[in-house]
Design a protein around this ligand. Structure first.
Ligand code: ADP
Length: 197
């Protein structure tokens, strides 16, 4: 089973992806993590993307599609969780093609619904916690970059919600609920249990 977790920065995609890795043995493919790793390892690509990421803008489709292609071609998994990919319609089209090439299907797109106030509180809070604990703070976890990240999300990524809805793949989950409740809601979607209000 292959799924996409969709939602703005701070919606909880990474937290939920890690839980699915632990409980279902799926493999998380986070383009954000891959790009940060490239930056840390000082590769040519890492140097190219570092400034773009710090600003909160999107990296080119070509770069992130290349990263995902590499993973799909080399990693064998009992299901992939796409976290932070696709972020544009061009990336969504590329993912369709890549999955078809590997004989895989896309089984669900889960949108974590949240509101902007919570995102700002969560992300600024996450940065403050890290700072207080003496841990590294993400270069894009500040209010200025976050404004751009949100703008990029609404302009380029949120159209994917309509697209996947039209394909019949979209499931919406309340991302404002507590972590366990969100885990439960996602599990029900994946296990195709009826959602009881
Ligand atoms: P968040 O969802 O919290 O903003 P991510 O770790 O998913 O964080 O992404 C951090 C940054 O990495 C993005 O702001 C963007 O610069 C870059 N990035 C990650 N995934 C993509 C993607 N699919 N397309 C373009 N840029 C990406």
């Amino acid at each position: 089973m292959n799924i996409i977790l969709l939602g703005p920065p701070g919606a909880g995609k990474g937290t939920q992806a890690r839980h699915l890795v632990e409980t279902r043995g799926m493999v998380q493919l986070s383009t954000g993590d891959m790009l940060r790793a490239a930056k840390e390892s000082g590769t040519e690509m890492g140097r190219i993307v570092a400034d773009v990421m710090a600003r909160g803008a999107l990296v080119t489709d070509e770069i992130v599609i290349g990263l995902i292609r590499e993973q799909l071609e080399t990693v064998k998994a009992n299901g992939f969780i796409f976290d932070g990919f696709p972020r544009t319609l061009a990336q969504a089209d590329a993912l369709n093609d890549l999955l078809a090439e590997c004989g895989e299907t896309l089984d669900a797109v889960i949108e974590l619904e949240v509101n902007d106030d919570v995102l700002v509180t969560r992300i600024v809070g996450r940065a403050e916690e890290a700072r207080a604990a003496g841990q590294p703070v993400r270069a894009d976890d500040n209010e200025e970059s976050l404004k751009i990240r949100l703008m990029e999300y609404y302009k380029k990524t949120s159209p994917l919600i309509g697209y996947y809805h039209a394909r019949g793949d979209l499931a919406r989950v309340d991302g404002l609920a507590d972590i366990q409740a969100v885990q439960g809601a996602i599990a029900r979607v994946l296990d195709r249990e009826p959602i009881v209000a």
